[in-house]
Design a protein around this ligand. Structure first.
Ligand code: NAD
Length: 482
């Protein structure tokens, strides 16, 4: 078998220790790899690269297209951007795959029968990093969800289920509240689920879904969910197996892939030689499967399972009842190497089929929808004003095709017909709609002229959102009573 070039980054904190152990196991298992090393994380940040990676190191990533990465420490403050988010978004790593498995009875867990894979959308949602302070009182974070993004991640989840003999995919969203953003994710999930009749599908609202996951994880198999929920849920699920130190993850894109443990750089135990290398090792196993070295992946995975069964445990997973040897990082790695070629006796033996290892998901191109402008939401910064007084000013600027119809404050209708008890900030969403249903089309010029009149009225407009219909359907959420 031809050796495959990969890039490795040891990272910060416990990163160098767990990477050394992982590389030693990969070598002993005769993984066919040519490694290029890059330096990312704290040192790169402090050397002046605010993204945590130098231009030269990007070249290595673009050459090998595969990164095995240790955890990194993001310095607090100072405009440092999260390197993980930067790498995921720059390289288009849209799927974050996190298998979380219980190893009962060898590792203590409240959930002995758990074997869940969390597939988290990795590029969109509130992680777009578009935030603004709009007024003295109000800051906002834009939650961006795209149809191609939903199509790719939902299709990936079903393809993953097929390839890995999973029976069910569960979608978690909050579309009872976020009807457009999470609503799109749910809608696309349903569309794609219909193409996989052999895989059971379900949707749960993320709050009750997470509660059920925390109490009965054995009822779940594959979970697909937007970025933020997936971030939180996958840590919870990993910890439920007994330790966050055991789970690995794959960040998959069309042309690149990055493999890393779920946990962080654990600075409080760094340098002590006690960190569990299992999370990074499981990531390396996922990497071997990704590059087609499935036999080597199974060899390492089975030796690891046997080591756990034999009671050779790092401190954080050790217990009176099940540990025969409490060991540090290096001895744990040596124990795995000694067991290469052995398989577990109680836990299921792992096999990986080369033909099922990788799959591609395509996103179809769509014709643009027919778009019609029907109004505009103008956001206004105005302290110390009653809704009626603001409405009075906005009625004065209405006309010329656009009429004030609704004012909300933090999403609550305050005019017409608000309650005096409603607490109001200095941030007002003012909805202008087309004055009559026929006779003219709203244009950008109508909106520009309206903004000029609002400015002349002495009101501080801070942003606008056009109100459109797409193929005749409203492309905006309706206010109360609209
Ligand atoms: P953490 O995951 O580093 O640690 C959480 C807890 O788990 C700690 O008690 C730690 O000792 C323990 N732990 C984690 N990994 C372990 C292992 N392999 N073996 C034994 N115990 C382990 O989370 P944190 O403390 O919130 O974050 C520390 C730093 O890591 C922060 O700078 C954070 O930004 C960074 N971080 C990086 C990544 C990444 O690079 N992918 C992910 C999460 C956090």
């Amino acid at each position: 078998m031809k050796a495959v070039p990969i890039t490795i980054a040891r990272g910060d904190g416990i990163g160098p220790e767990i990477m050394a152990a992982t590389l030693r196991i990969l070598k002993a298992a005769d993984a066919k790899l040519i490694t290029e090393e890059i330096e990312i994380g704290e040192k790169a940040y402090l050397a002046g690269n605010t993204s945590g990676i130098s231009a030269e190191d990007w070249k290595s990533l673009r050459r090998t297209r595969v990164l095995l990465k240790g955890p990194i420490t993001t310095p607090q403050g100072g405009g440092y951007k999260s390197l993980n988010v930067t790498i995921r978004k720059t390289l288009g790593l849209f799927a974050n795959v996190r298998p979380c498995v219980s190893y009962h009875p060898f590792v203590i867990t409240k959930h002995p029968a758990m074997n869940v894979v969390v597939i988290r959308e990795n590029e969109e949602d509130t992680y777009a990093g578009i935030e603004h302070q709009q007024t003295d009182d109000v800051v906002q974070c834009l939650k961006l969800i795209s149809r191609p993004g939903c199509e790719r991640i939902c299709r990936y989840a079903f393809e993953y289920a097929v390839a890995n003999n999973r029976r069910k995919v569960t979608c978690l969203t909050k579309d009872n509240i976020m009807k457009l953003t999470d609503g799109l994710f749910h809608k696309v999930f349903n569309e794609i689920a219909a193409e996989y009749p052999t895989i059971e599908n379900e949707h749960l609202i993320v709050d009750i879904g997470t509660a059920r996951l925390a109490t009965t994880p054995e009822k779940f198999e594959v979970i697909v969910t937007p970025n933020l929920y997936g971030d939180i849920i996958s840590d919870v699920v990993a910890e439920m197996t007994g330790s966050v130190g055991m789970a690995g993850s794959a960040n998959i894109g069309s042309n690149f892939a990055m493999f890393e443990a779920i946990h962080g750089s654990a600075p409080t135990i760094a340098g002590q030689g006690i960190a569990n290398p299992s999370g990074l090792l499981h990531s390396a196993v996922m990497m071997l499967v990704h590059i087609g070295q499935t036999e080597c992946a199974a060899l390492i995975h089975n030796a690891w399972l046997r080591t756990i069964e034999d009671g050779v445990h790092t401190t954080e997973i050790s217990s009176e009842a099940h540990t025969t040897m409490r060991v540090g990082t290096e001895v744990f790695a040596t124990a795995i190497i000694e067991r290469l070629g052995q398989v577990p006796q109680t836990l299921p033996v792992v096999t990986y089929e080369a033909a099922r290892a990788t799959f591609h998901v395509e996103v179809p191109k769509r014709a643009p929808a027919e778009k019609k402008l029907v109004g505009v939401d103008v956001f206004i910064h105005q302290p110390n004003i009653a809704p009626e007084e603001l409405a009075h000013k906005l009625e004065r600027v209405s006309g010329d095709g656009l009429q004030i119809k609704l004012i909300t404050n933090r999403g609550v209708k305050v005019w017409p017909g608000g309650f005096p008890e409603t607490f109001c900030t200095d941030h007002w969403r003012c909805r202008f709609r087309k004055t009559s249903t026929n006779g003219y089309a709203v244009t950008h010029d109508h909106i520009l002229r309206l903004l000029r009149r609002i400015n002349e009225e002495g009101l501080d407009f801070i942003k606008t959102e056009n109100l459109c219909t797409l193929n005749g359907e409203p492309a905006f959420s309706l206010g109360q009573g609209e």
